[in-house]
Design a protein around this ligand. Structure first.
Ligand code: VTB
Ligand code: MG
Ligand code: MG
Length: 331
């Protein structure tokens, strides 16, 4: 109803503005694919993202960025971004999720941006890692990260009306996941390892026909919150627990008032139902095609999602390189 509509709330127009930001980051990063230099690639993506994010109609605060002010020159936590008009929002950026994937030219490196109403994103600064269990819409509501893995796999199989031997679990390939992997295999299910990029892994679990049913294991806390934004848009679910890596982080966690045993649900990580999630492929992957260059042209593929409407768009764009610089400077 127009009479009850809050003019300060993020509206549908934002989605198409946001996609230009991840497209720019991906195109900048695309120049560094397979060059074995992840820092230069990350720097290029951050620069491009920051430049374009300044044109978006929002008053954004970076809640999930590239570190604190003094450690990273750009898109630091607490930085104000946007054109100074429009709705007040929290902003989460990962200019490249999977810098190693980018530097090695491996699949599924993404440029990612999520936006939600001001004050709704969990502050990830206390603890670097969290334990995650994420599923798509069919299995949302049946998982419980505090229950044994085998029990969760049985419930997911039942919810998806498949045999447990048909359930595939995406896991970051790390020694810390030895027990997780053992439990999945002992339950009769399958493991699909990824070397990096658990945001893409969780989205795969929530997309039809991806061949992945669940994401499991310990990954970055910022990526957990970004994933929660994506899964709200896809009607999936993520459950997490903060995972302090040492005594120092354990103390930090308690000082910040967190309980390490507490299960953080999708809504604990991002409250409400008014968020946007946008990602552009950098390297080719199952979710999105990467950046491709041709004579004077560059193509990108992005996913643009909005929780309020439930719309999921895949946006193919062909950018004319000779006009790109001029365009992004004036607009
Ligand atoms: C994950 C994954 C990222 O880091 O958060 C992972 O999503 C954290 O684990 O893509 P490690 O510290 O063991 O790498 C990445 O792989 C890289 O940011
Ligand atoms: Mg990154
Ligand atoms: Mg990342």
């Amino acid at each position: 109803m127009s009479s009850t509509r809050n003019p300060e709330a993020p509206d549908r127009n934002l989605a198409m503005e946001l996609v230009r930001v991840t497209e720019a980051a991906a195109m900048a990063a695309g120049r560094w694919v397979g060059r074995g230099d992840k820092n230069s690639g990350d720097g290029a993506a951050v620069d491009a993202m920051r430049k374009l994010i300044g044109t978006v109609s929002m008053r954004g605060t970076v809640v999930i960025g590239e570190g604190e002010k003094d450690e990273a020159p750009m898109l630091y936590n607490g930085e104000e971004v946007g054109n100074g008009g429009g709705p007040e929002v929290d902003v989460a950026v990962d200019p490249i999720d999977g810098t190693t994937l980018l530097s090695k030219g491996m699949p599924n490196a993404l440029a990612v941006l999520a936006v939600s109403e001001r004050g709704t994103m969990f502050d990830p600064s206390a603890v670097f890692y969290m334990e995650k269990m994420a599923v798509g819409p069919e299995a949302a509501g049946v998982i419980d990260i505090s229950a044994p893995i085998a029990e969760n796999l049985r419930r997911v199989a039942k919810a998806k009306q498949v045999d447990i031997s048909d359930v595939t679990v995406c896991v970051l390939d790390r020694p810390r996941h030895e027990q997780h992997v053992k439990a999945v295999r002992e339950a009769g299910a399958r493991v699909q390892f990824i070397s990096d990029g658990d945001v893409a892994g969780a989205i795969a679990a929530a997309r039809p026909d991806s061949g992945v049913d669940m994401l499991l294991g310990i990954g970055g806390t910022p990526e957990g919150i970004i994933t929660a934004c994506a899964l709200k848009c896809l009607d999936g679910e993520i459950q997490t627990r903060l995972w302090p890596k040492d005594d120092e982080e354990r103390a930090k966690l308690r000082e910040a008032g967190h309980d390490p045993e507490q299960v953080l649900t999708t809504s604990d990580l991002v409250r409400g139902d008014n968020m946007f999630f946008v990602a552009t492929g950098i390297t080719d992957g199952a979710l999105l095609r990467g950046v491709h260059y041709r004579a004077n042209r560059c193509s990108t593929q992005s996913i643009v999602m909005r929780s309020k409407s439930g719309t999921v768009r895949v946006v193919d764009a062909s950018h004319k390189l000779s006009k790109l610089r001029e365009y992004s400077e004036v607009d």
